[in-house]
Design a protein around this ligand. Structure first.
Ligand code: ADP
Ligand code: MG
Length: 321
């Protein structure tokens, strides 16, 4: 892109404190970094395309937050500690009115989590953002999707459903008059990656995943990889008062909680014998967490409401629409 180097220097270089494990960040052909002993490096890449993952006229600061938070959430789901990020930016023209607020928000979140931008690429084309995050996890201790066992308890962090209601607002201006519309729209963009929860779950949780496609869709990844089933109690789903006010119906709110994607909350399983340690470990973190069900033998997929079996068509919750 013409003026690429000016843009990179102006917006991406020298915005953060240098981490001790970064020997060379943006500016040369490669970044040079060094991981501490006895860790594995967790790496994840995600792309956000304008028009697909966010509207082209969306607030650039919110887009920056969403792009980085969704990537850091993948690290959180493995119990990893964020360290480095690379950023490939494609944009139609150098657009400083967009870049300035984007970068301010990007570095604010990056600094909060101590993750350093170590390089990237800047090209001309339709607006799209690709981030690769890297983090450290104690060797052999990463949380994965494959350790859930029959009898383990199923938990989620935070509240569920707000991001889907926020998307409704983003896509339909008529909904802006509803109660809580503005705060739900904000919730869609401004999730908090559960990094401290992920770290605290190491050695306690038998499996974990972050909710990017919707609880039902994502929990199915755990079930498949762990070769187990599940029973969920919808009356236990953590739902915000804003969501109930916005939808004005408890059952709809529960169904939103089951299907809402881009929540970036964690869903995890914990064996009975670790439940006590879980309470004390997470009380230090200060993040809400709720038990919503239990792992059952493979082939079982049940929804209950206070002990009453529900016959909701589960396939309807499989895709975020
Ligand atoms: P090369 O042609 O060797 O790939 P580039 O011109 O793409 O180099 O990039 C020059 C330097 O600027 C590299 O160190 C690269 O990591 C960094 N850089 C380019 N784009 C970005 C970006 N969007 N964010 C952070 N660093 C970037
Ligand atoms: Mg390049």
């Amino acid at each position: 892109m013409s003026g690429e180097f000016n843009l990179i220097d102006k917006y991406f270089v020298g915005r953060q404190n240098q981490r001790k494990d970064v020997y060379l960040a943006a500016g040369d052909d490669c970044a040079l970094v060094k991981a501490p002993a006895n860790v594995q490096i967790a790496i994840s890449t995600d792309t956000l395309v304008a028009g697909t993952h966010f509207l082209t006229d969306a607030n650039p600061a919110w887009v920056a937050h969403k792009a980085l938070a969704s990537n850091i959430s993948d690290l959180a789901a493995m119990g990893a500690t964020p360290a480095w990020v690379s950023f490939a930016l494609t944009m139609p023209e150098p657009d400083e009115a967009w870049l300035a607020p984007f970068c301010d928000a990007f570095f604010e979140l990056a600094n909060y989590f101590g993750i350093q931008l170590i390089g990237g690429d800047t090209t001309k084309g339709p607006l799209s953002l690709t981030l690769t995050v890297q983090g450290f996890v104690p060797e052999g201790k990463a949380l994965t999707r494959c350790g859930a066992k029959v009898g383990d308890w199923v938990y989620v962090t935070g509240n569920l459903g707000d991001a889907k209601a926020g998307l409704d607002v983003i896509l339909d201006d008529a909904l802006r008059t509803r109660v809580a519309a503005e705060s739900l729209e904000k919730a869609h963009y401004l999730s908090t990656p559960r990094v401290l929860v992920g770290q605290a779950l190491i050695g306690l949780a038998s499996s974990a995943i972050d909710i990017s496609d919707g609880l039902i869709s994502d929990v199915k990844h755990i079930l498949k990889r762990s070769e187990v089933g599940i029973s969920l109690d919808v009356s236990q789903l953590p739902i915000s008062s804003e969501l109930v006010q916005f939808l004005d119906d408890k059952v709809s709110a529960q169904q939103y909680a089951l299907s809402s994607g881009e929540e970036y909350e964690l869903c995890f399983t914990v064996p009975e014998h670790n439940r006590g340690s879980l309470q004390s470990a997470l009380s230090h973190v200060g993040c809400k967490f709720t038990c919503i069900g239990q792992i059952r033998p493979q082939g079982t997929f049940e929804l209950h409401d206070n002990g009453q079996k529900l016959d909701w068509e589960l396939s309807g919750f499989d895709h975020f629409n």
